[in-house]
Design a protein around this ligand. Structure first.
Ligand code: PLP
Length: 445
């Protein structure tokens, strides 16, 4: 097992997270259960925030990309840590506002913001909207005019760097539903368009080159392209970029195929970006932009685990041994979506060596409902407690009620003590929005 700051094997031989024994957590809250370590989350937010403050010669703000894990408590933590957030839907915006998050530190993304979402963002007075289509620019401008305000916007541009976990490529033609391409001239054209809008204030640009990226150089090249583009726009339209948002995407550890970046190693990613912004600003004689970054996964990913109880065990001789758990794709659809890999730990016997290869399956009616395929574990029995590591990002936020399974609750551990931050769903929640029309009502005989 990869030893991580938040995870330990305690004197009872149990896995613990943030000082809380997983066996006790399962007894107290039941399974399946998402568990988050608050100290880990705060530490990651501070690393980014303090690195930006110390190393960047201009001003800037860290935005937590809340699509990674959104609930009221996480916005409270982000607020207490003095960072901003990005949201990508009316639902995330509503959750942030309900948590009392300051609207001026909210940035709104999305490749197809709905009219009502734009209206809600303007009514809330959010700091900035990142526009990603001509129709959005028109809509934000019109809605701002109606309200007698000038709305800050950024344009999402596509620098032609496609980054994946262990590699990146530079492309001239970009096939993405996100952003306006620098290479084909659309980023320039949309800049001209946005600058004409009376009720918009174009602050600058945003780019996000991908997720779960380990190659520092891919981020650096993206910065270089954005800064060069900014210099071109200065020349072309006398437009000075005030804000540059460099997105998120820093990779996390899921299995030993991934790099295990020590928490402060993330500071080095940010420093590399900052150095490039300094360098290019000087070279191109540009003022230093207000600098934004938007990490999501790296803040919450390794802060979270999911606890399951092992149920049915099916050994198909010579083929596979399946351990079925009380969760599945309804709480973690990432294997079904991308064949994502995870590391399981037998949490109630975490000190035992692995002895067999198993596949962890969920309880949904899909053969592809798997959590981890061909992984090493000690011999597990029905009733054992299984932890899947690094599930803090894009698990709860992607959960669903497929097969009318209930989405598991989330607990937050603080100095060894856990409490709910998302309550368990009930069967009542599952049928809450169902309606039986009169004509289908059961007739009394
Ligand atoms: C625009 C934008 N910003 C930030 C993020 C966060 O990325 P990550 O969670 O990989 O840091 C994403 C993720 O998809 C994104 O689309």
């Amino acid at each position: 097992m990869n030893e991580r700051e938040t995870l330990k094997i305690n004197e009872r031989g149990h896995l613990s997270i943030g000082g809380a024994d997983c066996v006790d957590l399962a007894k107290q809250f039941g399974t399946p259960l998402y568990v988050f370590d608050e100290a880990y989350i705060r530490n990651m937010m501070r690393i980014y925030r303090d690195t930006l403050a110390k190393k960047y010669k201009g001003k800037g703000l860290v935005l937590y990309a809340s699509k990674a894990f959104s609930c009221k408590a996480i916005y409270r933590i982000a607020d207490e840590e003095n960072i901003g957030v990005d949201v990508v839907s009316g639902g995330e915006l509503y959750t942030a506002l309900q948590a009392g998050f300051p609207a001026e530190k909210i940035y709104m993304h999305g490749n197809n913001k709905l009219d009502y979402e734009i209206g809600e963002a303007l009514d809330a007075g959010i700091g900035c909207i990142v526009a990603d289509a001509y129709s959005e620019i028109d809509k934000i401008d019109a809605e701002a005019k109606k309200r007698g305000i000038v709305q800050n916007i950024l344009l999402r541009i596509n620098p032609g760097v496609e980054a994946h976990t262990h590699a990146f490529v530079q492309t001239a033609t970009t096939d993405s539903k996100f952003g306006f391409s620098i290479a084909d001239g659309t980023a320039e054209a949309v800049t001209a368009y946005a600058l004409e809008k009376k009720n918009l204030h174009l602050q600058g640009y945003h780019c996000h080159i991908g997720s779960q990226i380990f190659e520092k150089q891919s981020f650096v090249i993206a910065v270089e392209k954005c800064m060069e583009f900014s210099a071109n726009m200065k020349e072309r339209f006398d437009f000075t970029v005030e804000t540059l948002n460099l997105g998120g995407g820093y990779g996390v550890w899921y299995t030993d195929e991934d790099r295990k970046i020590p928490a402060n190693g993330y500071a080095e990613y940010l420093e590399a970006l900052i150095d490039e912004v300094h360098k290019k600003a000087e070279e191109k004689q540009l003022p230093l932009p207000y600098l934004l970054i938007e990490p999501g996964r790296s803040i919450v990913g390794e802060a979270g685990i999911t606890l399951y109880t092992v149920g049915a065990i099916k050994d198909i001789p010579g083929v596979k041994k399946y351990l079925a758990v009380d969760g599945g794709m309804f709480d973690n659809p990432r294997y079904a979506l991308y064949q994502s890999k995870y590391t399981p730990v037998l949490a109630n016997r975490a000190n035992q060596e692995p002895t067999e290869i198993v596949t962890i399956a969920g309880k949904c009616c899909e053969s592809g409902d798997l959590i981890a395929v061909n992984v090493n574990l000690p011999k597990a029995e029905t009733g054992d407690l299984l932890a899947i590591l690094s599930t803090g990002a894009y698990n709860y936020s992607m959960a669903m009620n497929y097969n009318r399974n209930m989405i598991p609750p989330c607990v937050l551990v603080n100095e060894g003590v856990a409490e709910y931050i998302v309550r368990p769903q009930s069967y009542e929640d599952i049928v809450r929005n169902d309606i039986i029309p009169n004509r289908l009502q059961k007739k009394s005989k």
